[in-house]
Design a protein around this ligand. Sequence first.
Ligand SMILES: *[C@@H]1O[C@H](CO)[C@@H](O)[C@H](O)[C@H]1NC(C)=O
Ligand SMILES: *[C@@H]1O[C@H](CO)[C@@H](O)[C@H](O)[C@H]1NC(C)=O
Ligand SMILES: *[C@@H]1O[C@H](CO)[C@@H](O)[C@H](O)[C@H]1NC(C)=O
Ligand SMILES: *[C@@H]1O[C@H](CO)[C@@H](O)[C@H](O)[C@H]1NC(C)=O
Ligand SMILES: *[C@@H]1O[C@H](CO)[C@@H](O)[C@H](O)[C@H]1NC(C)=O
Length: 356
Amino acid sequence: MSALTFLFSLIVTVVGLVNGAATKNDQVEFYVIKQQNLEVTFSNFGARIVSLKFPDKNGKPTDIVLGYDNVEELKADKFDFNAIVGRVANRIGHNQFNSNRTHYKILPNDGKTILNGGKKGFGNVLWNLIELKNTERFSEITFTHKSVNGEEGFPGDLHIEVKYKVISYAINTTITAHSVNKATPIDIAQNLVFNLAGHNSGNILQHDLQINSNKIVELNKDLIPTGNLKIVNNTSYDFLHRQSIGNNLKKEPEGYDINYVLPPRVGLATVAHSNVSGITLAFYTTAQTVHFWTTNEVKNVRGKGGVIYQPHAGFSLVGEGYPDAVNHPEFPSEIYSKGKVFSRRNLYTFALRDWR
Ligand SMILES: *[C@@H]1O[C@H](CO)[C@@H](O)[C@H](O)[C@H]1NC(C)=O
Ligand SMILES: *[C@@H]1O[C@H](CO)[C@@H](O)[C@H](O)[C@H]1NC(C)=O
Ligand SMILES: *[C@@H]1O[C@H](CO)[C@@H](O)[C@H](O)[C@H]1NC(C)=O
Ligand SMILES: *[C@@H]1O[C@H](CO)[C@@H](O)[C@H](O)[C@H]1NC(C)=O
Ligand SMILES: *[C@@H]1O[C@H](CO)[C@@H](O)[C@H](O)[C@H]1NC(C)=O
């Protein structure tokens, strides 16, 4: 047993004693949940998943999300690996927006843009553990966070709750939020970053992928939407039919960082498979778009077990609204008036069965 695993089991024991009562902590903590062969470790830091183990085709537990070895590395994370991100996921252009006839300016944290809610966002703060429930058939873990009026420049006190339900082959996440006073933009997302062959297996170029959408949100060179949607048929963005990511791979710049528009009520957004592990991931979301990213900017990043992550070490499929919707009246609005509840569900399922 590694020191870290030991620490995890100790902490879970402590949390187990809390028995449902809310805890407020000023320290990073970890909570392990096991449902048959699926073992997921959560942290109150960013309400994150830090490891997700599922057996590969040989029965070997395989950790299929990128992450870090210790609390110091976790706190230094620049990529929000597997965190809950917000108040507004993805980018806001020109670090400004209008809400209810008021102009707001926000400190940029990525060139001229705001990425994933600003300098800290929700992915790099401590959340409150509200509930940890284990039954034979499912487990539930719930975190809450209060984001105060003016934080990162956003208006309104926001209350956020994230509830993860874990069953033997799936993670079902429900995110809800509302502002208690002012209208504010809300687009809170779950930034899971996978490598289905194992986080330490190299790159994801040999994965097969299918995305149920033929429209992307076109971007300019600063990765801000032009306002147009583009049909992907026959381009390197076309994953309507199963493709290997490496065969299709977009060049110059290499890799994907793009939102696909989901048809209303599509449910199943994407499927991915690694023939190295045999693991298939299916992703369902109630969001309007799915963001596909191939960790293009990840270079020489020290990850779990001292493994060094390089570009395309992982990929993410994230349910989001339209990027920079606050500056695009042609996109569905993500401004929520006071009291109006934002709600999003994401379902990630895991199987050893290939889907074609
Ligand atoms: C996911 O959780 C939501 C909310 O609890 C529930 O309504 C839904 O049926 C769940 N989906 C699955 C596939 O378990
Ligand atoms: C595994 O999948 C990749 C990507 O589709 C493909 O290039 C490769 O031939 C497959 N390998 C086997 C052994 O099927
Ligand atoms: C794009 O491909 C989809 C699925 O194959 C098809 O339904 C659609 O008609 C195509 N669109 C164009 C413009 O070719
Ligand atoms: C894609 O390619 C197919 C076959 O070559 C062709 O029939 C179709 O019109 C093309 N679609 C687009 C949008 O270019
Ligand atoms: C906009 O601001 C006005 C005045 O501050 C307030 O009365 C109104 O409720 C706000 N609208 C929304 C949608 O929050």
